[in-house]
Design a protein around this ligand. Structure first.
Ligand code: ADP
Ligand code: ADP
Ligand code: ZN
Length: 214
């Protein structure tokens, strides 16, 4: 099963993608996580990405597309994957469609986790992230068992620099300009599924499972 998560920054794509990955036994591929790991390790890719991410903009397509196509060519991606944070632009979506078509493959579902802008800022300010395993929590809506410590791997959680309210506003406008058109793109491809992302996170997941199957 090949799945794309769509939705604004903070809509809950990562939270749902983790659960999908666990239930359907497919890798969770987050371009944001890959960039953050590269920044942490001081790689060339990380250095290229950092300034764009800090400013709340998008990393250029030529950097991002190659990285993602390499990642889905790895052996663990043979039976599918859930993409979280890619594609984010029409050229990214077109490159993915084309690369898959060359192998006689295609995406099964593009799941749009729909949350209005008003709800996003409070989600982001309460988000805590694990740079080690990519898990995300929320201080109110999805707290960890032990404050500040990742339930999944025991590392210390951080508040991401780009989750500050000013940067969140910028990311939301980038989302509306460059990423929202993908909803139309996947609707025309007949792949779009919309779920109400304002519900409790377990209810959002239940709606997704209804579509993907038990
Ligand atoms: P969120 O989960 O809040 O939507 P991500 O972790 O997916 O954020 O992404 C963080 C940042 O990484 C983005 O704001 C952007 O700068 C960069 N990024 C991630 N994925 C992409 C992509 N597909 N294209 C361009 N930039 C990306
Ligand atoms: P994205 O990957 O789309 O940027 P995340 O999955 O990281 O979003 O979620 C953003 C923040 O909102 C996190 O702090 C997360 O714990 C919280 N969150 C996710 N889903 C919900 C939900 N349905 N209700 C309330 N908070 C949520
Ligand atoms: Zn962790």
């Amino acid at each position: 099963m090949k799945i794309i998560m769509l939705g604004a920054p903070g809509a809950g794509k990562g939270t749902q993608a983790k659960q999908i990955a666990a239930k359907y036994q497919i890798p969770h591929i987050s371009t944001g996580d890959i960039f953050r790991a590269n920044i942490k390790n001081g790689t060339e890719l990380g250095m290229k990405a950092k300034s764009y991410m800090d400013a709340g903009g998008l990393v250029p397509d030529d950097v991002t597309i190659g990285m993602l196509l390499d990642r889905i060519s790895e052996p663990d991606s043979k039976n599918g994957y859930v993409l979280d944070g890619f594609p984010r632009t029409i050229p990214q979506a077109e490159s993915l469609t084309k690369a898959l078509a060359e192998r006689g493959e295609n995406i099964d579902y593009a799941i749009d986790v729909d949350v209005p802008d008003e709800a996003i800022v409070s989600r982001m300010s309460g988000r805590r992230a694990c740079v080690s395993c990519g898990a995300t929590y929320h201080i109110v809506y999805n707290p960890t068992k032990k404050e500040g410590i990742c339930d999944a791997c025991g590392q210390t959680l951080i508040l991401r620099d780009d989750d500050k309210p000013e940067t969140v506003q910028k990311r939301l406008s980038v989302y509306h300009e460059q990423t929202q058109p993908l909803i139309d793109y996947y609707s025309k491809e007949g792949k779009l599924v919309t779920v109400d992302g304002t519900q409790d996170l377990n209810d959002v997941f239940r709606d997704i499972v209804k579509v993907l199957g038990e």
